[in-house]
Design a binder for this molecule. Structure first.
Ligand SMILES: *Cc1c(COP(=O)(O)O)cnc(C)c1O
Length: 299
């Protein structure tokens, strides 16, 4: 596989509703970075893969669901960097693989399905070790949570003219990306995370742990999960459609739609002082829209 990484661009978005409140808004298009290893996932993976190479590991093992952005990104990145990849997938093996898992398999990932209970316990089936010695396998936690993921995510803001923004707004799953953004943000910038899980209040501490020594401040907003992780409502899908028609930017329903929707609502509610300028992180994940019924979205 080739390395067709593009540089991400910042796209200003103009809407009357923002102008009315004297707010500037722009989107960092990480979704355009790579056709498969989309958005924040490459940033999260690269430090882990460098570590795995250093330790002369042969395979990378990680966990995820049937539509996981992390699973398909790991499979593609491993193919690119010469690792075997192993995916431990939540739930019994289906008769028909999801498009995400078919892609992962095409990149050479060995898929192992385990029950939801076993998954919760992060159980690794013994047959995984058949073709490998135990020490040859490098394990990456679910969703790439960890210090190396945060370290890699700091690069999202590097080499960008991002200094002028007063606020950086991004989706929060494990919080790994957000920790990197907080670490990399300038003193005058406020980082706001939109949690896409329901009542996942412990993520605050999980992020703090990754930021470690520094005392940098950030804020997590918990009101825009739309029912929980990977849940959606007609209102959210309508927002995605309207957002696409207004800006030309496709977004995903699991992370970026909830984040951008939250940003709009927060603008409406005067959360930001007039004169603020917001940088929204488009963290990718568009492949996950394939779990929606055909025709649900205009793109
Ligand atoms: C994985 C993912 C996130 C969440 O990243 P965390 O580091 O787990 O918080 C956000 N957006 C998209 C599109 C993702 O795929």
């Amino acid at each position: 596989m080739q390395h067709p990484f593009h540089t991400a661009r910042i796209m200003p978005v103009q809407k009357e509703a923002y102008q009315h409140k004297n707010i500037e808004l722009a989107v960092l298009r990480l979704d355009e970075l790579h056709p498969v290893i989309s958005g924040n996932k490459w940033y999260k993976l690269k430090a882990y893969l460098a570590h795995a190479a250093q330790q002369q590991k042969k395979a990378v093992l990680t966990f995820g669901g049937a539509y996981s952005n992390h699973i398909v990104a790991t499979a593609a990145a491993c193919a690119m960097y010469g690792f075997q990849s192993i995916g431990i997938i939540r739930g019994e093996a289906p008769n028909v693989l999801s498009p995400t898992l078919l892609d992962a398999q095409q990149y050479g990932m060995h898929l192992h399905f385990i029950s939801r209970e076993a998954y919760r316990a992060k159980w690794i089936p013994p047959e995984v070790y058949g073709p490998f010695k135990k020490w040859e396998i490098y394990e990456i936690g679910e969703g790439g949570y960890g210090a190396k993921g945060a370290e890699g995510s700091m690069d999202i803001l590097k080499s960008l003219p991002a200094e002028s923004y007063t606020h950086i707004i991004a989706a929060v799953g494990t919080g790994t990306m957000l920790a990197g953004l907080v670490k990399a943000a300038a003193k005058h910038q406020q980082v706001i995370g939109i949690s896409v899980l329901k009542n996942n209040f412990s993520v605050q501490e999980a992020i703090q742990k990754l930021i470690a020594a520094s005392t940098k401040k950030f804020q997590i907003v918990h009101d825009y999960h739309f029912g929980g992780y990977a849940k959606h409502t007609p209102e959210l899908l309508q927002f995605m459609s309207d957002w696409y028609h207004g800006t030309g930017i496709p977004i995903d329903f699991v992370y970026t739609a909830k984040t951008f929707y939250a940003a709009e609502l927060l603008i409406q509610k005067d959360f930001f002082k007039p004169g603020s300028s917001l940088l929204l992180i488009h963290s990718g994940g568009l492949q996950g829209n394939r779990s929606l019924p055909p025709g649900a979205l205009p793109f």
